[in-house]
Design a protein around this ligand. Structure first.
Ligand code: 13P
Length: 248
């Protein structure tokens, strides 16, 4: 069964989310796909209500690296878990860049998420300059090794790695199928080096960056790829329904 994740980013008010979910869920068949909707914080309560018994998981897009207390404006792992959240995106390039999240913080957030019973969608990927100077694999190794430092192998069952090249996000550009396969192979290789062969086979790896209902077809047969993380194209329920049925 393929994994499909929607990252709504900072889009849709709770009222708009309600309209979206009514339109989407009434036509969505959750029996053939493992879907997670990563909604904005303000839509999570509503998402939990509407997605209940629908075979759809609920995701958040960030969490605090602290457990609780004096962190005005932050959201804790326990708050997310108690709101019905199953997964949380950590290490998205938009947060690494704009909010200066470094690898130590990302590692801390992953541990907090796992401790609170949440699954993790860890985003990794190279910039255009790094790609052009053939540093993609080096960047992937550094990002993954720092993020997963100190984790137990059995915790990887709750980690999904999303390969999201920064230059492909929101740009309309994607790597070739071969390039995605190369990155996925390298990611599994890194997991094998740091954990075990078993972990490298069983960990879920998805691709994200400018995926839509037209270009996804060429990637459906990519080797060892478990699914996709979709940004812009998930915001239109009809387009996202098309993507979901292609992945089913
Ligand atoms: P786009 O699909 O809009 O390129 O965004 C991808 C992404 O950042 C998902 O996390």
């Amino acid at each position: 069964m393929r994994t499909l994740i929607a990252n709504f980013k900072m889009n849709l008010t709770p009222s708009e989310t309600k309209d979206y979910l009514m339109a989407f869920l009434s036509r969505f068949d959750g029996s053939k796909i493992d879907l997670t909707l990563c909604l904005p914080y303000t839509s999570l309560g509503l998402g939990a209500l509407l997605c209940k018994n629908r075979n759809v998981r609920l995701g958040a897009q960030n969490l605090s690296d602290e457990e609780q207390g004096k962190n005005t404006g932050e959201i804790s792992g326990a708050m997310l878990k108690d709101s019905g959240v199953d997964y949380v995106i950590i290490g998205h390039s938009e947060r690494r860049k704009k909010f200066k999240e470094d690898t130590k913080t990302i590692n801390k957030k992953i541990k907090v998420a796992l401790k609170n019973g949440l699954g993790v969608i860890l985003c990794v990927g190279e910039s255009l300059t790094e790609r052009n100077t053939l540093k993609t694999f080096e960047v992937l190794r550094e990002q993954i090794e720092c993020a997963l430092k100190g984790l137990y192998e059995n915790e990887l069952e709750r980690v999904i790695i999303a390969y999201e090249p920064i230059w492909a996000i929101g740009s309309g550009k994607t790597p070739t199928k071969n390039e995605i396969e190369g990155a996925v192979k390298e990611i599994r290789h890194i997991i094998k080096d740091d954990f075990s062969e078993n972990a490298s086979i069983s960990i879920k790896v998805v691709y994200g960056g400018s995926i839509d209902s037209k270009n996804i077809k060429q990637f459906l047969s990519a080797k060892k790829l478990d699914g996709f993380l979709v940004g812009g194209a998930c915001l239109d329920p009809n387009e996202f329904l098309k993507i979901s049925s292609l992945c089913s």
